[in-house]
Design a protein around this ligand. Structure first.
Ligand code: BTN
Length: 259
Protein backbone atom coordinates (compact mmCIF):
# COMPACT_ATOMS: atom_id res chain seq x y z
CA UNK A 1 0.00 0.00 0.00
CA UNK A 2 1.47 3.39 -0.96
CA UNK A 3 0.70 5.12 2.33
CA UNK A 4 2.06 8.47 1.12
CA UNK A 5 -1.11 8.97 -0.90
CA UNK A 6 -3.59 7.75 1.67
CA UNK A 7 -4.85 8.96 5.02
CA UNK A 8 -5.96 6.15 7.30
CA UNK A 9 -8.60 6.85 9.95
CA UNK A 10 -11.03 4.92 12.13
CA UNK A 11 -14.55 4.87 10.79
CA UNK A 12 -14.94 1.80 8.59
CA UNK A 13 -17.58 -0.81 9.31
CA UNK A 14 -17.37 -3.00 12.44
CA UNK A 15 -14.25 -1.18 13.60
CA UNK A 16 -12.58 -1.37 10.17
CA UNK A 17 -10.43 1.41 8.76
CA UNK A 18 -11.31 4.30 6.49
CA UNK A 19 -8.70 4.75 3.74
CA UNK A 20 -8.98 8.21 2.24
CA UNK A 21 -7.45 8.89 -1.18
CA UNK A 22 -7.55 12.18 -3.04
CA UNK A 23 -7.79 10.49 -6.42
CA UNK A 24 -7.92 6.91 -7.71
CA UNK A 25 -8.84 5.46 -11.07
CA UNK A 26 -11.47 3.36 -9.24
CA UNK A 27 -11.92 2.49 -5.56
CA UNK A 28 -13.15 -1.00 -6.55
CA UNK A 29 -10.07 -1.52 -8.73
CA UNK A 30 -7.77 -0.37 -5.93
CA UNK A 31 -9.48 -2.67 -3.44
CA UNK A 32 -9.27 -5.68 -5.77
CA UNK A 33 -5.56 -4.97 -6.36
CA UNK A 34 -4.82 -4.65 -2.62
CA UNK A 35 -7.03 -7.31 -1.07
CA UNK A 36 -4.28 -8.98 0.93
CA UNK A 37 -3.76 -5.69 2.78
CA UNK A 38 -7.44 -5.09 3.50
CA UNK A 39 -9.56 -6.35 6.38
CA UNK A 40 -13.27 -7.04 6.72
CA UNK A 41 -15.07 -3.73 7.16
CA UNK A 42 -12.36 -1.50 5.67
CA UNK A 43 -13.78 1.31 3.54
CA UNK A 44 -11.80 2.83 0.67
CA UNK A 45 -12.84 6.34 -0.34
CA UNK A 46 -11.53 8.59 -3.11
CA UNK A 47 -12.42 12.28 -3.45
CA UNK A 48 -12.47 11.64 -7.19
CA UNK A 49 -12.22 8.71 -9.60
CA UNK A 50 -10.66 8.98 -13.03
CA UNK A 51 -11.93 5.64 -14.35
CA UNK A 52 -14.91 4.74 -12.15
CA UNK A 53 -16.53 1.45 -13.11
CA UNK A 54 -20.27 0.97 -13.47
CA UNK A 55 -22.41 -2.05 -14.33
CA UNK A 56 -22.31 -3.43 -17.88
CA UNK A 57 -18.83 -1.86 -18.38
CA UNK A 58 -20.29 1.65 -18.13
CA UNK A 59 -18.31 4.47 -16.55
CA UNK A 60 -19.20 6.12 -13.26
CA UNK A 61 -18.81 9.89 -13.08
CA UNK A 62 -17.16 11.20 -9.87
CA UNK A 63 -15.74 14.74 -10.12
CA UNK A 64 -13.51 15.93 -7.26
CA UNK A 65 -15.44 16.28 -3.96
CA UNK A 66 -18.76 16.24 -5.80
CA UNK A 67 -19.37 12.50 -5.88
CA UNK A 68 -19.14 10.10 -2.94
CA UNK A 69 -17.28 6.97 -4.05
CA UNK A 70 -16.53 4.17 -1.61
CA UNK A 71 -15.63 0.50 -1.75
CA UNK A 72 -16.19 -1.65 1.32
CA UNK A 73 -14.36 -4.90 2.00
CA UNK A 74 -16.74 -7.69 3.04
CA UNK A 75 -15.51 -11.12 4.10
CA UNK A 76 -18.67 -12.90 5.20
CA UNK A 77 -18.44 -16.56 6.19
CA UNK A 78 -19.31 -19.04 3.36
CA UNK A 79 -19.25 -16.47 0.57
CA UNK A 80 -21.28 -17.64 -2.44
CA UNK A 81 -22.29 -16.02 -5.73
CA UNK A 82 -25.89 -15.59 -4.49
CA UNK A 83 -24.62 -13.53 -1.60
CA UNK A 84 -23.21 -10.89 -3.93
CA UNK A 85 -26.74 -10.07 -5.15
CA UNK A 86 -28.04 -9.84 -1.58
CA UNK A 87 -25.13 -7.53 -0.73
CA UNK A 88 -26.13 -5.10 -3.48
CA UNK A 89 -29.76 -4.99 -2.30
CA UNK A 90 -28.76 -4.37 1.31
CA UNK A 91 -26.37 -1.60 0.23
CA UNK A 92 -29.05 0.06 -1.92
CA UNK A 93 -31.41 0.13 1.08
CA UNK A 94 -28.67 1.74 3.17
CA UNK A 95 -28.11 4.38 0.47
CA UNK A 96 -31.85 5.06 0.40
CA UNK A 97 -31.84 5.63 4.16
CA UNK A 98 -28.85 7.98 3.85
CA UNK A 99 -30.43 10.00 1.06
CA UNK A 100 -33.70 10.22 3.02
CA UNK A 101 -31.72 11.47 6.06
CA UNK A 102 -30.43 14.27 3.79
CA UNK A 103 -34.05 15.33 3.28
CA UNK A 104 -34.66 13.74 -0.11
CA UNK A 105 -37.29 11.08 -0.76
CA UNK A 106 -36.03 8.35 -3.06
CA UNK A 107 -36.91 4.83 -4.18
CA UNK A 108 -35.32 1.55 -5.18
CA UNK A 109 -34.94 0.35 -8.75
CA UNK A 110 -33.97 -3.29 -9.15
CA UNK A 111 -31.28 -4.43 -8.87
CA UNK A 112 -29.26 -1.76 -7.06
CA UNK A 113 -30.20 1.73 -8.20
CA UNK A 114 -31.57 4.49 -6.01
CA UNK A 115 -33.91 6.89 -7.83
CA UNK A 116 -34.78 10.47 -6.85
CA UNK A 117 -37.14 12.62 -8.91
CA UNK A 118 -37.29 9.85 -11.54
CA UNK A 119 -33.51 9.86 -12.08
CA UNK A 120 -30.61 7.77 -10.79
CA UNK A 121 -28.77 9.26 -7.82
CA UNK A 122 -26.70 6.24 -6.79
CA UNK A 123 -25.29 3.05 -8.28
CA UNK A 124 -23.72 -0.03 -6.77
CA UNK A 125 -21.17 -2.47 -8.13
CA UNK A 126 -20.41 -5.52 -5.98
CA UNK A 127 -17.51 -7.67 -7.21
CA UNK A 128 -16.54 -11.09 -5.88
CA UNK A 129 -12.92 -12.21 -5.60
CA UNK A 130 -13.23 -15.95 -5.16
CA UNK A 131 -9.67 -16.83 -4.09
CA UNK A 132 -9.82 -14.68 -0.96
CA UNK A 133 -13.63 -15.01 -0.61
CA UNK A 134 -14.00 -11.25 -0.55
CA UNK A 135 -16.80 -9.04 -1.83
CA UNK A 136 -15.74 -5.55 -2.86
CA UNK A 137 -18.89 -3.47 -2.49
CA UNK A 138 -18.58 -0.27 -4.53
CA UNK A 139 -21.08 2.55 -4.01
CA UNK A 140 -21.32 5.78 -5.95
CA UNK A 141 -23.63 8.53 -4.68
CA UNK A 142 -24.01 11.82 -6.52
CA UNK A 143 -23.75 14.33 -3.69
CA UNK A 144 -22.69 17.70 -5.14
CA UNK A 145 -22.55 16.72 -8.81
CA UNK A 146 -23.92 19.63 -10.85
CA UNK A 147 -26.28 19.77 -13.85
CA UNK A 148 -23.29 20.99 -15.86
CA UNK A 149 -21.24 17.88 -14.87
CA UNK A 150 -24.12 15.66 -15.97
CA UNK A 151 -24.75 17.61 -19.17
CA UNK A 152 -21.08 17.32 -20.21
CA UNK A 153 -21.23 13.56 -19.63
CA UNK A 154 -24.53 13.23 -21.53
CA UNK A 155 -26.30 12.08 -18.34
CA UNK A 156 -28.66 14.98 -17.63
CA UNK A 157 -31.76 13.04 -18.73
CA UNK A 158 -31.05 10.01 -16.57
CA UNK A 159 -28.99 11.08 -13.53
CA UNK A 160 -29.34 13.53 -10.66
CA UNK A 161 -27.67 14.48 -7.37
CA UNK A 162 -28.51 15.56 -3.84
CA UNK A 163 -27.41 19.07 -4.73
CA UNK A 164 -29.63 19.26 -7.80
CA UNK A 165 -32.68 17.86 -6.00
CA UNK A 166 -32.26 19.82 -2.76
CA UNK A 167 -30.80 22.95 -4.34
CA UNK A 168 -28.07 23.03 -1.73
CA UNK A 169 -24.54 21.69 -1.23
CA UNK A 170 -23.73 18.87 1.22
CA UNK A 171 -20.55 18.08 3.15
CA UNK A 172 -19.41 14.89 1.43
CA UNK A 173 -17.66 13.60 4.58
CA UNK A 174 -20.92 13.92 6.57
CA UNK A 175 -22.84 11.98 3.93
CA UNK A 176 -20.06 9.35 3.92
CA UNK A 177 -20.31 8.97 7.69
CA UNK A 178 -24.10 8.57 7.57
CA UNK A 179 -23.78 6.03 4.76
CA UNK A 180 -21.25 3.87 6.62
CA UNK A 181 -23.47 3.86 9.73
CA UNK A 182 -26.51 2.91 7.58
CA UNK A 183 -24.55 0.18 5.81
CA UNK A 184 -23.40 -1.40 9.04
CA UNK A 185 -26.92 -1.25 10.49
CA UNK A 186 -28.44 -2.78 7.34
CA UNK A 187 -25.91 -5.65 7.22
CA UNK A 188 -26.40 -6.36 10.93
CA UNK A 189 -30.16 -6.33 10.41
CA UNK A 190 -30.08 -8.81 7.53
CA UNK A 191 -27.66 -11.06 9.45
CA UNK A 192 -30.18 -11.12 12.28
CA UNK A 193 -33.54 -11.13 10.43
CA UNK A 194 -32.63 -12.75 7.11
CA UNK A 195 -33.40 -11.75 3.53
CA UNK A 196 -37.11 -11.39 4.23
CA UNK A 197 -36.31 -8.05 5.86
CA UNK A 198 -34.69 -6.88 2.61
CA UNK A 199 -37.66 -7.99 0.50
CA UNK A 200 -40.10 -6.22 2.85
CA UNK A 201 -38.12 -2.98 2.92
CA UNK A 202 -37.74 -3.12 -0.84
CA UNK A 203 -41.48 -3.52 -1.36
CA UNK A 204 -42.08 -0.34 0.68
CA UNK A 205 -39.87 1.76 -1.57
CA UNK A 206 -40.12 0.00 -4.93
CA UNK A 207 -39.99 2.47 -7.84
CA UNK A 208 -41.22 -0.19 -10.26
CA UNK A 209 -44.36 -1.08 -8.29
CA UNK A 210 -47.58 -0.69 -10.29
CA UNK A 211 -45.74 -0.28 -13.60
CA UNK A 212 -45.25 -2.08 -16.84
CA UNK A 213 -41.55 -2.78 -17.26
CA UNK A 214 -39.16 -4.09 -19.86
CA UNK A 215 -36.37 -6.44 -18.85
CA UNK A 216 -33.42 -6.48 -21.19
CA UNK A 217 -32.10 -9.91 -20.39
CA UNK A 218 -29.57 -12.27 -21.95
CA UNK A 219 -32.20 -13.53 -24.47
CA UNK A 220 -33.57 -10.15 -25.58
CA UNK A 221 -36.22 -7.81 -24.18
CA UNK A 222 -39.37 -9.01 -22.38
CA UNK A 223 -42.10 -6.67 -21.13
CA UNK A 224 -44.98 -7.13 -18.75
CA UNK A 225 -46.61 -6.01 -15.52
CA UNK A 226 -44.10 -5.83 -12.69
CA UNK A 227 -44.86 -8.39 -10.00
CA UNK A 228 -42.31 -7.45 -7.37
CA UNK A 229 -39.03 -8.82 -6.09
CA UNK A 230 -39.30 -12.30 -4.57
CA UNK A 231 -37.66 -13.65 -1.42
CA UNK A 232 -34.60 -14.76 -3.38
CA UNK A 233 -34.00 -11.27 -4.85
CA UNK A 234 -35.27 -12.18 -8.34
CA UNK A 235 -37.56 -9.81 -10.25
CA UNK A 236 -40.95 -11.06 -11.49
CA UNK A 237 -43.29 -9.90 -14.23
CA UNK A 238 -46.52 -11.11 -15.80
CA UNK A 239 -46.18 -11.13 -19.58
CA UNK A 240 -48.96 -10.50 -22.15
CA UNK A 241 -49.81 -14.22 -22.18
CA UNK A 242 -50.37 -14.09 -18.41
CA UNK A 243 -47.22 -16.09 -17.66
CA UNK A 244 -45.15 -15.15 -14.65
CA UNK A 245 -41.53 -14.73 -15.66
CA UNK A 246 -38.66 -14.54 -13.21
CA UNK A 247 -35.31 -12.83 -13.88
CA UNK A 248 -32.15 -12.94 -11.81
CA UNK A 249 -30.21 -10.54 -14.07
CA UNK A 250 -30.93 -7.83 -16.61
CA UNK A 251 -31.37 -4.13 -17.17
CA UNK A 252 -34.83 -2.70 -16.43
CA UNK A 253 -36.77 0.06 -18.15
CA UNK A 254 -39.89 1.40 -16.39
CA UNK A 255 -42.42 1.99 -19.18
CA UNK A 256 -45.77 3.28 -17.84
CA UNK A 257 -48.31 2.79 -15.08
CA UNK A 258 -49.91 -0.65 -15.44
CA UNK A 259 -53.66 -0.80 -16.17
C1 BTN B 1 -23.74 1.34 -11.68
O1 BTN B 1 -23.45 1.22 -12.89
O2 BTN B 1 -24.86 1.71 -11.34
C2 BTN B 1 -22.72 1.03 -10.62
C3 BTN B 1 -21.87 2.20 -10.29
C4 BTN B 1 -20.87 1.91 -9.20
C5 BTN B 1 -19.93 3.07 -8.97
C6 BTN B 1 -19.06 2.86 -7.75
S1 BTN B 1 -18.20 4.33 -7.32
C7 BTN B 1 -17.24 3.45 -6.17
C8 BTN B 1 -16.90 2.12 -6.81
N1 BTN B 1 -15.71 2.23 -7.62
C9 BTN B 1 -15.97 2.05 -8.92
O3 BTN B 1 -15.14 2.13 -9.83
N2 BTN B 1 -17.28 1.81 -9.10
C10 BTN B 1 -17.99 1.79 -7.84
Amino acid sequence: MKTEFVTIEHGGMWGGRLLLFDSLPSTNRWALDNLTRCKNGDVINAAMQTAGKGRFSREWLAPHDRGLTISTILRPPNVKTGLIHATGFVAALAVRETVAACGLQCMMKWPNDVIAGGKKISGILAELETASETIVLGIGLNVNVTSEDLRKAGLEETATSLRICRNSEFAVHDVRKRLIVSLQRAFDKVAHDGFEWVANEWAHHDWLAGHTIEVQGPHGAVSGKYDGMDNTGAICLIDSAGTRQVFTAGDIVRLRKAQ
